[in-house]
Ligand binder design. Structure first.
Ligand code: B3K
Ligand code: ZN
Length: 881
């Protein structure tokens, strides 16, 4: 057992820092064994702090102090105390120079936080609290400082030396070393500091901002990757243009750099002027990256670029405000992708993520409001709740205020807070003040965790020709929040007439009807809305475009769902109606299988799917989404007690039956959707998506001829989208073609790390018997290493989080192996370990035998001597709940 329990940090304890750091001049001596970092800081008392005699407490993490001086004088030993985590200096003047030198070991830093090495180059990652692994500092986001950085290093080994801002000088330092100095003119918190040094090559381009500033764009990558940077570069330019057009926001430095690194815990990092990216979100060629990858790169490039205003120019006061920058920036990258692609299809993907990852988080032991009130390890709060639910909360404000109102709010937010570190309250205040809107009740979305349930019921009064829609809300208890107050929920809706036409909407008391959809504001626990002049019983289309992150419950008949799937003017709701229908069918089959009843696929479902498939007017991307069944993970979430074996059986049954019933249709469309050479356009990728859904159904019956077809596609594909789709099919069948394709793929792509990640992932998520043993063997494959997060995510986390059948094997073997990996990873990279251990969070969803097995593994993890606070927080909260 650990000896001391890690400390909890509370929002209510926030106090302004007693000191501020006006500027910091850093100098790095990068060396082969260790690195020396010198800092000259200008430190003054903070007039906003009430603590007048407080000592200066600079935080560190695993630091070794070499020297400390105040105003040029070496400090007497009684003026300070030092440990690897703290440097405390007493009796400071009101303003002083503080010179500190530390020694660090980037070469052995496997946490990938602070300064570390990857493939012989140096990189940094300072968010959230990595800067303290470099220098004793006021490492908190409300301390905003002007930085300069001098890097000194071996010229041969590290020809490229980068940091934030503009390069102001460079030269020779003798003995084969050279130096470069960078100055960042913008004040920033330390989490936005970055340094890169090494052998890299660059793709350059330019962007002229709308006010005429010429910006140099650079993408730095390791040798051999230059041909995979063009999509990323095009995405940067699209993002810069879009932010000007949609939000009037321009870039503010003369240079914008992106560096791609293969060892990186997250997706990317928005360091001022020097974004550092996981290679996964930069490198792409049609042969190595899928349509999904291309879209994700565009979105992440957009996301990091958009942070320059929402995050960097206006930053967070403290880490409880993380969603201030993340929710807002996700909303902005979502809108970017929607404006450039298909709004409905993008929205479907967003909601799939929300439902499959955020709803479970909100229903589990880690449930937290988008502005949490406490944490043990802030890195555990880079969650789907802070990010994706955070974006939904911004989206609801957009829905309530409209595009023009939202823009007014954004403009005011920047007018008031540019250059400041602020709170989510400040954001909502800007939105409300700019529009004269009352968002007081709305703010509960920031404070209350849990996914609200929205119950809807309708009643048609044929005599009065009116339709009464009753909406009721409730929200389940979450850890620390037994009771919830009603939320302000925007419910976008429409009513469909008998032919599927949208009916004009006039609420009783209103003078005029609204054509099409409207947004109802639900603020009470229950409210009834009465629509007049409704000629006949309508079918309501509720929560259009998923206007709020809630679970909608409405007693639709199967026929009504099929009707909405066929006719709803809101494309998102068409898809959603189809998913609801599929969910019902699947859950009924699970119940039948559990009771030992014979399984039968209802004809109405087959015919609804046939209609979707054969409706050539429909966007193929939308059809592909509508023809895909809810995942096993989602079905587990909606069951009272999840039964992974039966869920898998029922879902496979439906796939086989649809394969048979529509076999001629799948084939016809598969052939119809053949295309020429690969291009990444919305239209071409939509067709590929649908064609690959057809292939997957064609193979669901595992007939020789169809598997040969998949194999042929696998061998002939000129792009990774088609090759991977075919391999994903083959990876799930016990057939010699599987082995052939997997080994062919490994030979073909052995030198492409990102492609090998796909290879690992497809095997980790296979439903075939023996998958766990196979995954264990793959940990010995030469492409695999526990020190690279992408590899861990591809193999271990995919197994734990995306292979419910095998992770939840009734004998506990999946749990046991994953727990072993968590323990091994904890000593290497606690942030990665903590993401993997989260797979145990939903243990309460399962039967008592599985619950016992999962709890035992969590206890075994918690018993580890010296367990990281990261894993401790997740595992202990899981067991407490
Ligand atoms: N802000 C970074 C995340 C930093 C990760 C900290 N462990 C990525 C992003 O949201 O853009
Ligand atoms: Zn972000």
């Amino acid at each position: 057992m650990r000896t001391e329990t890690p400390q909890t940090i509370y929002l209510k304890d926030y106090l302004p820092s007693p000191y501020i750091i006006d500027r910091i001049d850093l100098k790095f001596e990068l060396r082969e064994v260790d690195t020396e970092v010198e800092a000259r800081m200008v430190i003054t008392r903070n007039p906003a702090s009430a603590e007048v005699n407080a000592p200066l407490v600079l935080v560190g993490d695993a630091l070794e102090l070499v020297s400390v001086k105040i105003d040029g004088e070496t400090l007497a030993a009684d003026r300070y105390t030092v440990s690897p985590t703290e440097l405390v200096i007493r009796d400071l003047p009101d303003s002083c120079f503080c010179d500190v030198v530390t020694r660090i070991q980037p070469q052995t830093n496997t946490t990938l936080s602070g300064l570390y090495k990857s493939n012989d180059n140096f990189y940094t990652q300072c968010e959230a609290e990595g800067f303290r692994r470099i220098m004793y500092y006021l490492d908190r986001p409300d301390v905003m400082t002007r930085f300069s950085t001098t890097i000194v290093a071996d010229k041969q080994k590290y020809p490229v030396l980068l940091s934030n801002g503009n390069k102001v000088g460079e030269g020779d330092s003798g003995k084969g070393r050279h130096w470069v100095k960078w100055v960042d003119p913008f004040r920033k918190p330390a989490y936005l500091f970055a340094l890169v040094a090494g052998k890299l090559v660059v793709l350059e381009d330019h962007f002229r901002t709308r006010s005429g500033r010429e910006v140099l764009l650079q993408i730095w990558v390791e040798h051999g990757n230059l041909d995979k940077c063009h999509h990323a570069m095009a995405s940067v330019k699209r993002a810069m243009k879009w932010d000007e057009d949609r939000f009037g926001l321009e870039y503010d430095l003369d240079i914008y750099m992106i560096v791609a690194v293969s060892d990186f815990t997250m997706g990317a990092m928005e360091n001022k002027g020097l974004n550092i990216f996981n290679t996964k979100y930069v490198l792409a060629r049609p042969e190595t990256a899928t349509d999904w990858d291309f879209g994700a790169i565009e979105a992440v490039i957009g996301h990091e670029y958009f942070h320059n205003w929402t995050g960097n120019r206006v930053t967070c006061r403290d880490w409880f405000q993380l969603s201030l920058k993340e929710g807002l920036t996700v909303f902005r990258d979502q809108e970017f992708s929607m404006d450039l692609g298909s709004r409905a299809v993008e929205r479907i993907d967003q909601v799939k993520t929300l439902r499959s990852a955020q709803f479970p988080e909100d229903a589990g032991p880690m449930a937290h409001p988008i502005r949490p009130t406490s944490y043990i390890e802030i890195n555990n709060f880079y969650t789907v709740t802070i990010y994706e639910k955070g974006a939904e909360v911004i989206r609801m404000q957009h829905t309530l205020l409209g595009e023009a109102g939202f823009r007014k709010g954004m403009d005011l937010y920047f007018r008031r807070h540019d250059g400041q570190a602020v709170t989510t309250e400040d954001f909502v205040a800007a939105m409300a003040d700019a529009n004269g809107a009352d968002l007081e009740q709305f703010k509960r979305w920031y404070d209350q965790a849990g996914t609200p349930v929205l119950r809807a019921s309708g009643q048609y009064d044929a005599e009065q020709h009116c339709y009464r829609l009753t909406l009721a809300q409730s929200c389940p208890a979450t850890p620390g929040q037994p009771e919830k107050l009603p939320f302000h929920i925007p419910v976008k809706m429409g009513l469909l007439g008998i032919e599927g036409q949208t009916l004009p909407l006039r609420l009783r008391g209103e003078a005029e009807a609204i054509q099409g959809s409207r947004v109802l504001s639900l603020t009470d626990a229950e409210q009834t809305f009465e629509f007049v002049d409704i000629p006949c019983q309508p079918v309501p289309s509720l929560l259009q475009g998923f206007s709020a992150p809630v679970k909608l419950e409405m007693a639709y008949t199967d026929a009504e769902l099929a009707f909405l799937l066929a006719h709803d003017s809101d494309e998102f709701n068409r898809w959603d109606a189809g998913q609801k229908l599929a969910e019902r069918v699947l859950l009924a089959l699970v119940a039948d299988a559990q009771a030992g009843r014979p399984l039968q696929l209802p004809e109405h479902f087959t015919s609804a799917m046939r209609q979707v498939l054969n409706n050539e007017q429909l966007d193929p991307a939308l059809a592909a989404q509508a023809l895909s069944l809810p995942t096993e993970g989602w079905l587990a979430e909606v069951m009272e007690v999840a039964d992974p074996d039966t869920i898998h059986q029922a879902r496979q049954f439906v796939r086989r039956k649809l394969a048979q019933a529509l076999s001629a249709d799948w084939l016809r469309h598969y052939q119809r959707l053949t295309q020429g050479a690969y291009v990444w356009t919305g239209d071409a990728s939509a067709k590929r998506a649908l064609r690959n859904v057809c292939l997957s159904y064609l193979c669901a019956g595992e007939q020789e001829q169809e598997l040969q077809r998949a194999h042929e596609q696998f061998m002939q594909a000129d792009n990774m989208t088609d090759q991977q789709a075919a391999l994903a099919v083959l990876a799930n069948v016990a057939h010699p073609l599987r082995e052939h394709a997997l080994s062919h793929f490994a030979d073909q792509w052995q030198d492409e790390a990102l492609v090998m990640d796909k290879w690992l992932q497809m095997q980790a998520t296979s439903c075939l018997p023996g998958t766990l043993e196979h995954v264990k063997q793959l940990t010995q494959h030469r492409c695999f290493t526990l020190t690279n997060p992408n590899k861990v995510y591809a193999l271990i986390r995919s197994f734990a989080s995306a292979n419910p059948l095998h992770f939840h094997a009734a004998d506990g073997s999946g749990y046991h192996w994953v727990a072993d990996q968590v323990l091994a990873l904890d000593g290497i990279n606690p942030q990665v370990a903590s993401r993997v251990v989260s797979a145990f969070n939903r243990w309460k969803k399962y039967d008592t035998a599985r619950q016992g097995l999962m709890k035992a593994e969590l206890q075994r993890i918690l018993a580890k001597e010296g367990l990281s606070p990261d894993v401790f927080e997740i595992a202990s909260k899981a067991l407490q709940a």
